[in-house]
Design a protein around this ligand. Structure first.
Ligand code: ASP
Length: 302
């Protein structure tokens, strides 16, 4: 039986934008589930779901509407992992793509590499866009607010803030897992900064038993190697609830907060977050859920 779980970021989601997030999540869930329902592969389902959220100009920090660097530019990261064989494709510092996850897939399928950054990644884009078309009024306003808070200190010790990264994890009818994450990074990040989303084993991971996509302060997830650490704990016999709680605790110990979504090969879904909200959607053969969730902690759905 296939399953699909999505996130649209952990953080604080303004009440006025909740509807836009839920509409965006519902559309992405339909896109991904459509693939699985037709007997399609988990890899195609997570790409379809993430592409839908990247294209949404009204919510999410990915593709169109990405968060801006301290210089006001867009630099996107994305990663795709195929749990069948651990193959992975990722891009970082992408500036001209409306769908960085599509580029991550191109790295996986068309290059001998795992992670391409900057000009090399941009060169894979068959349909490059003017970077300005990726910048929304909301992203500009968020950067302005961030600059007001941090003044001229931008880029020194000023702490970038994130939210609304998107991710998807799917289990297909053949029992394969795949995970995908796409993000504009964190508001006010230094140009050239790469977060956890782009790094297989950190913000995005899948193997034969589990798939995971993370959101939150990328530096902490990178240091905690969250995806791989979670998979190793599960392989060592931890329950999903314990493994997710440990994952969040490890991120907190590294000075970060955020959330993660998980699909297991046995059909269970799980999520955890320690921020104000998690934009969450999931679907199984007999149930479906879409919400901006405001109950932090760990949830496992058998
Ligand atoms: N994890 C992302 C990053 O650090 C940001 C986020 O999830 O909000 O780039």
């Amino acid at each position: 039986m296939p399953t699909l779980i999505l996130h649209g970021g952990a953080g604080r989601i303004e009440e006025a934008r909740t509807g836009a997030y839920e509409r965006g999540l519902a559309a992405a869930l339909a896109a991904g589930w459509g693939v699985l329902e037709r007997g399609g592969e988990a890899l195609d389902a997570v790409v379809a779901a993430v592409q839908s959220m990247e294209a949404d100009p009204n919510a999410f920090n990915a593709g169109i509407g990405s968060s801006l660097t301290r210089d006001g530019t867009v630099e996107c990261d994305a990663c795709l992992v195929d749990g069948r064989d651990g193959s992975a494709g990722a891009v970082a510092l992408v500036t001209r793509s409306a769908s960085p996850i599509r580029l991550a897939r191109a790295v996986l399928e068309r290059t001998p590499h795992v992670l391409l950054a900057g000009v090399g990644a941009d060169a894979l884009e068959a349909d490059p866009v003017d970077p300005d078309t990726l910048v929304t009024p909301h992203a500009r306003a968020q950067l302005e607010r961030w600059r007001e808070r941090h003044g001229e200190a931008v880029g020194s010790a000023a702490e970038p803030t994130g939210s609304a990264t998107v991710g998807a994890v799917a289990l297909d009818a053949a029992g394969a897992l795949a995970a995908a994450t796409s993000t504009g990074g964190v508001i006010g990040q230094w140009p050239g900064r790469i977060g956890d989303a782009a790094v297989p084993g950190a913000g995005t991971y899948a193997d034969g038993a589990v798939g995971v996509s993370c959101t939150g302060k990328g530096e902490a997830f990178l240091r905690a190697v969250t995806g791989k650490a979670l998979a190793e704990r599960l392989a060592a016999g931890a329950t999903p609830g314990d493994a997710l709680a440990r994952a969040l605790a490890d991120v907190a110990a590294m000075g970060g907060s955020g959330g993660l979504i998980v699909a297991l090969a046995d059909g269970q879904l799980a999520w955890a977050f320690d921020t104000a909200h998690l934009a969450l959607a999931w679907r199984t053969a007999d149930a479906e859920h879409v919400s901006v969730t405001a109950e932090p902690g760990v949830t496992v759905r058998p």
